[in-house]
Each structure stands twice: as C-alpha cells, then as structure tokens.
Design a protein around this ligand. Structure first.
Ligand SMILES: C[S@@+](CC[C@H](N)C(=O)[O-])C[C@H]1O[C@@H](n2cnc3c(N)ncnc32)[C@H](O)[C@@H]1O
Length: 369
C-alpha cells in the first residue's frame, strides 16, 4: 500500500489566471543589512521576470534564486532521452518545469509532454509559467498525481505507452527553500516535509508516533546515520519532555543532543548531521522508496518498444533501487540496453550549481517486442 500515492489522478484543466489582468503589487520588504536572508525578504528572486539582472547575479554566484529551481544535467538527459518531433514524453517530476521546457522544445507541434507532480502548491505555478511560455493544452498536459500512479494516470488520458520517461527524484529548490513547507530549518516553519501536504502525516506527527526502532531504521536506511540507534532513543526521549512542531525548535533540540553527547565537534558538523536527519524524515513521510519502487515496476509497461527512460537520483538508497530494477528488467528481456555506469554532473555544473553534486543519472531502453 502506498500511503502517498494517488492512483486515480485527474488532469488539471482549471483555467489559469492571466497576470496581465491581475498585476501583482508587491510591498517592498525591509530587511536588516545589505542582503536579504529570509525567504520572505528575497522578493526580487521570487519575481525573475521583474528583476532579471538581480537574478542573473545570484545564478552567476552559484546560488539558486529563491522560489525557483535550476535543472540538473540537462544536456545529459536530452542526450539520453533523445526527444524527437511528434513523440509523447512523460516528465514524472515536473517541478519548476526546467527539463520539461527543454523536452517540449524538441517535440515540435505534434509532440506532447505529460507532466506529473504531486505538489499542489507549486504545480499550478509551473503550469502557469509553461502556459505563458506558449505550451498549450494540446502539447503540455499536467497531471497532479504521485508518479506511483503513472500507468493509471496515462490510462486516464487514453495513453498506453510513451516514447520517453524522465524522473528527477527528490524535492525542488522551491520546496526546500520555502519555510512554510518545513523542509528547511534555516527559517522557522512547521515541521512538515510533505511534498503533498494533503496526504499522510507531517514529520512532527510521524515523530510523535514513531518507535525507537522505526526511527532508527529510517535514520540508517534513508540517511546512512552511523549512530542511528543511540540517536533515535535520545531524540524520542527529548521529544517526550519537549514536544515540538517547528523546524527551528527541532533543529535546536538536535544540536543540543549532538553537543551534550560530544557527537559533533562544531556547528558545521552539527548542521550536516541535522540535514541528514531532515532527509531521513523527508524520505519517510513521503514514502519516497515505496513510490520509487512502484514507478520502477510500471516503467516497462509504460514504454513503447525502443522507448527510453532516464532517472536522476540524489541518494544511495534511490540509486541502488534504480540500478537493481534496470538490471532485473534487462535480465527478463524487458530492457534491451541499460546504462552500465552512472553519469555525474560535469565540473562546470558542479561549480555553478553545488546542489547538483549528489546527482547520478541512469537510463534504460525498452526492448522491441
Ligand atoms: C527535483 S524536482 C524536479 C525539477 C524539475 N526536473 C525541473 O527541471 O524543474 C522534483 C519534483 O518532483 C516532485 N515529486 C517528487 N516525488 C514525486 C512523486 N513521487 N510523484 C510526483 N511528483 C513527485 C516534487 O514535488 C518536485 O516538484
């Protein structure tokens, strides 16, 4: 059972508001010092069409502007999927729509891209951006669904199999940077971490119900935490004394545990371990491994003979599952060719976008029947 999956997705055909008719008037946000620090203060970054120069400077400095996402390994993905005019391609993880735009540009007037995403907050904004860029309903079809419902979602559109499938796993920078989503502790927000806030439990509620064994397993399996058992016991005991629902409070509690037990030498090490803890929670509350395995099972049935799939992973637990599924699929004759090694971002991409560092790309080609 996949708690986060939406097996009967319906395409989003709601009319998009026209920004020209409803201009957004932003009140200038005041902040201390010369640079905005908080997400809400970074109003220029969140309006790239109005502040193109400021946003270009941020990108040149190797940062991702708040409220946007820099797509990873774009040339490598295009080379792998080889999108051609007239084809139908699925982007399982639409996000900001960066990969989608590049693929759409290669599909021509007769091709179409089906874009899945389970995030009800960011998806409408991305649909609006792509519509504004000229991709109408005949060429770009958004589906608000977990990709665990890929086959059902395509079936609902009357599509059996497609020419290409992309999955760029994990969260987007928009989700990561927005404190109201609870993925970051740099700003205060609810300890939530769900990509779809209307499904499942927020991380604070998940923690309140977790046994020490369950939390230890999550820390070990999702974040390679070496002291999973001791950490799990200490955290759950501290939460019993001091229940918390906020990201900042929870990060403080973790820092205190690491510091008082001598598990970290300095703040930087503490921060790195807190990020790992958040990653473990995120993977758990979104059932990320469960839905990935559901996607991997459906892929061969959703690809035409000769169809291509490319998957970008950001964690060893994801990469291991993709590698195994492709190898088994090849063994069963479902895939004609699979990548025998991973592709990684090049030196220039690593320099200009440090968030690309953990990325690994694997691909496979469906065998002819
Ligand atoms: C890394 S971002 C994708 C960025 C995108 N490739 C781009 O170029 O803008 C991942 C996106 O996939 C979505 N996502 C993650 N897991 C998902 C799942 N199981 N089903 C549907 N969408 C998912 C997230 O909500 C997020 O928007």
């Amino acid at each position: 059972m996949l708690p986060d999956a939406e097996p009967s997705p319906s395409p989003d055909h709601s009319p998009a508001p026209n920004p020209a008719e409803h201009p957004v008037h932003r009140r200038r946000v005041r902040y201390a010092g010369t640079h905005p620090r908080r997400f809400a203060e970074k109003y220029k970054e969140q309006a790239p069409e109005q502040y193109a120069d400021a946003v270009a400077k941020i990108i040149a400095s190797g940062k991702t502007p708040a409220g946007s996402h820099r797509s990873i390994m774009v040339p490598e993905i295009l080379e792998t999927l080889e999108p051609k005019p007239g084809q139908t391609v699925v982007d399982c993880t639409l996000g900001y729509g960066g990969h989608a735009r590049e693929i759409l540009a290669r599909l021509g007037d007769d091709g179409r891209l089906i874009g899945f995403d389970c995030d009800p907050v960011e998806l409408p904004k991305t649909v609006e951006r792509l519509r504004q860029a000229g991709w109408d309903e005949s060429r770009f079809i958004p589906v608000r669904s977990n990709f665990a419902g890929l086959a059902a979602g395509l079936g609902g559109l009357g599509i059996g199999a497609v020419d290409g499938i992309l999955a760029d796993l994990g969260v987007s920078s928009m989700q990561l940077d927005d404190p109201s989503r609870g993925f970051t502790y740099k700003d205060d927000g609810p300890l939530d971490l769900r990509m779809n806030p209307s499904k499942g439990l927020p991380a604070s509620a998940w923690l309140a119900k977790a046994t020490p064994e369950r939390l230890a397993a999550a820390l070990r399996d999702n974040a390679d935490e070496p002291m999973a058992e001791a950490l799990s016991t200490a955290v759950l005991a501290a939460l019993q004394q001091q229940p918390t629902q906020r990201t900042r409070d929870f990060a403080r509690l973790l820092h205190e545990i690491y510091r008082s037990r001598g598990w970290t030498r300095d703040k930087a090490e503490g921060d790195a371990r807190i990020r790992r803890f958040f990653q473990a929670l995120r993977i758990e509350v979104n059932d990320e491994f469960g839905v990935l395995e559901a996607l991997l099972r459906q892929l061969p049935g959703c690809l035409k003979p000769g169809g291509r799939v490319a998957i970008l992973t950001f964690h060893s637990g994801e990469d291991r599952r993709v590698k195994r599924a492709f190898a088994e699929g090849q063994h069963q004759g479902l895939y004609e060719v699979v990548s025998d090694s991973v592709r990684r971002p090049g030196a220039e991409e690593l320099r200009s976008n440090p968030r690309s560092a953990p990325a690994k790309l694997r691909w496979a080609i469906r065998s002819g029947l």
